[in-house]
Structures are given as structure tokens and as C-alpha cells.
Design a protein around this ligand. Structure first.
Ligand code: FES
Ligand code: FES
Length: 158
């Protein structure tokens, strides 16, 4: 067996300890060790944004960081967005504005845009476009995604 290390992450509000090899990405840790498969593996190389999660308040590409580097971190994944039986305003806006088709990019889009909004960034449509450019959508829903984010920013869905 490969050598493993204990890593404790607070994931969606719950402390979880996993034993992972030092080269295992945060994305694989979430998906394979914690059964949180909402974060998607599109490219595994930092190029698509499908794996975006919120780590200590900032959006990160979970395929590009190792679990051992995040020991002690607070992670929010798409599973932790919204409350039981109640969608987050951004999730509602994604539905209202038709901001997904296959849905593969959606968890990353939502985590990315929530962290962007909470950081107070993306105050114009151009800025939102720019700041969301790391989250690709192969289905071409980008315009609707920006519409949904702008609706939340403008308070239409709060
Ligand atoms: Fe991480 Fe594509 S899977 S950026
Ligand atoms: Fe299919 Fe974005 S909805 S990749």
C-alpha cells in the first residue's frame, strides 16, 4: 500500500478525516474518499473549472491542489450550497435563466460565482464575464450563466 497521511478537512460544515497518499488531489479526495461527486473532473489540469470548490472563502480548482496541502481547511462543495429543501438564490437563478444544459459545468459555475459575489467582485457584466472565464461550458450556456449571476447581483433573486 502507498504511504498515506491523515488530512482533516471541514467539508460543508462537518470535520472529516481521510487518509490519502500525498499526491492525491483535493478533487479526488472529495470524490473518491468522501463520496462527494458533485465536483466534476473535466480536465484534471486546471483548464475547465468543473472542479471549482470554495476553500477558506476563496474559489479554487480542486484538481490543482493536493489534499495534504489543505489540511485544516474549510471546504464548501456544491453539496453544501443551499439548505435542505431550499435552493441558494444562484441555483434558483440558474434554473430561471436556463443557465445549464448537460449540467456538467454547473457545480463549478455555482461555487465559482458564489465565491466571486461574496468577495465583492464582479460588479459589472464585463467583470463577471472576465472573472468567470475560467469556468468553461461546452454546451454554450455562457450568456445565460452570466445573466443568472447578474440577476443575483442585481438582487432579483435574493
Ligand atoms: Fe479542474 Fe478542469 S477538472 S480545472
Ligand atoms: Fe453542459 Fe455547461 S451545461 S458544459
Amino acid at each position: 500500500d502507498p504511504p498515506t497521511r491523515a488530512v482533516t478537512l471541514t467539508v460543508n460544515g462537518t470535520a472529516r478525516t481521510v487518509h490519502v497518499a500525498p499526491w492525491v488531489s483535493l478533487l479526488d479526495t472529495l470524490r473518491d474518499h468522501l463520496d462527494l461527486t458533485g465536483s466534476k473532473k473535466g480536465c484534471d489540469h486546471g483548464q475547465c473549472g468543473a472542479c471549482t470548490v470554495i476553500c477558506n472563502g476563496q474559489r479554487i480548482l480542486s484538481c490543482l491542489t493536493l489534499a495534504v496541502m489543505q489540511d485544516g481547511a474549510e471546504i464548501t462543495t456544491i453539496e453544501g450550497i443551499g439548505a435542505e429543501g431550499k435552493l441558494h438564490p444562484l441555483q434558483e437563478a440558474f434554473i430561471a435563466y436556463d443557465a445549464f444544459q448537460c449540467g456538467y459545468c454547473t457545480p463549478g459555475q455555482i461555487c465559482s460565482s458564489i465565491a466571486m459575489i461574496e468577495a465583492g467582485h464582479g460588479n459589472t457584466r464585463e467583470e463577471v464575464k472576465d472573472l468567470m472565464s475560467g469556468n468553461l461550458c461546452r454546451c454554450g450556456a455562457n450568456t445565460n450563466i452570466i445573466d443568472a449571476i447578474m440577476a443575483v447581483k442585481d438582487g432579483a433573486h435574493e
